[in-house]
Each structure stands twice: as structure tokens, then as C-alpha cells.
Design a protein around this ligand. Sequence first.
Ligand code: URA
Length: 241
Amino acid sequence: MRLDKLLAQEKISRKAMKQALLKKEIFVDGHAARSLAQNVDTGLQELIFKDKKIQGYEHTYLMLHKPNGVVTASKDKKLPTVMDLLPQHLQSDQLYAIGRLDRDTTGLLLLTDNGPLGFQLLHPQYHVDKTYQVEVNGPLTPDHIQEFKDGIAFLDGTICKPAQLEILSSSPSLSQATITISEGKFHQVKKMFLSVGVKVTALKRTHFGPWSLDDNLQEGDYRYLNSQELAIIRDFLRKSG
Ligand code: URA
């Protein structure tokens, strides 16, 4: 949550916040706050305002193994959503998925009620890599590796940033690979493979930045992020401010 929003919830006036910021009287994990817009989670970080510890608000961070057939949305008139996979007490209006997976894409989805975090992680400035396991309906060759590295061009002329393609198996009707991209264009992976003449028949996200899909998490299941995964968020909050 933004620092100013959090302090406002503690009934601290805007004027008092600004003064305290200027006088370096606000500390986040021992560092003077840089801005009132900075993203803070008092569940992960210690917040001190004028020598007083602020309890604030502890955000929720979940990992979900998204199954096929479920849409990445909070509500849908016809289709089941990722929110429907969560128990009632977690289904809040504030909780949302960080990034979208297509209905037929499976794999790692992070969910949080820390609004600014998702925005930051999806922002091109932070270059968060995403890795997918892919199956396609045609052959893949070393030339494709180079094409992905050079930047795939879509039919409309859009050029993608370099992507790493690793071919795991190749045959005329079915190939398997992993691909790592640093952007999040609409249907990006499917469109990249279509641009080189093959169709994606299965897509699973295994990594989102430094977070990996837990092998023990069955499709459709979720869990809270563990302490190591939360430490990555704490680190990110500290660096991104
Ligand atoms: N790229 C796609 O084409 N689909 C997804 O769901 C994710 C990345």
C-alpha cells in the first residue's frame, strides 16, 4: 500500500506526513522514507512514524496453480474465474492477479491485495522475466532460437524484445520448449510462435521473475507465499521504493 494511504488510515494528516517526510522522521525498515508514494507493507516491513511503530496493514500474497478453463478475472458472467478457486474469506474486491494468463494457459499466478506491487512488477522498467513451458504443433530448429533472440516481429510490425528459446524436443507434429520473455503483450507467446509458423497447443507458466511454481501445488490449488518468497517481495519493496 502507498505510504500516504497507510498513514491516512492511521488518521495522520497530509500536512503532518509531508513535514515528517522532509524532517526524515518516517523510517521503513530503518531507512528514511523517500516518498509518500512509496509502497509499504507493514506485514513485511517495520514502519516508524515519529518514533512510533505503525501497525498498519498486512497484505496477502498467494501463489495459485492456474488450471485450464479458468479466466484471470475477478468476475465473469459465464466462466469460472481464478477467484472462484479461493475460499470465501480470501475473495475480496482488493485481491487481484499480477498479470493475466489466457483461459487455456496453466501455471503460476501470483495474487495480492497490494495494489501498487502488481503495477510495479508488470511495468517494463522492472523487466520481470516470465518463463513458460510450451508445446507446439510443428518442428522447432536452432534457427528459431536465433529468431527469438533477435526479436520476433508480429504481422502488424510490432517487434518483441529478445526472448530465450530452449528446445527440449522437436518432431514434425509436436515440439516442446521453454521460452523466457521480459514483456507481457496480449497473447504474446502464442503470437511469437505463430510468427515462426507453428501453433501453441499447450502453455504453462513456470516462473514469474524470481518466483517459481511450486511443484507440489496441484492445478487449481493455491497457497500463501512462504518466507523465502516473501523475502523477495520485501527486497523488491526496498529497492523500488
Ligand atoms: N502468452 C500467451 O500467449 N498467453 C498467456 O497466457 C501468457 C503469455
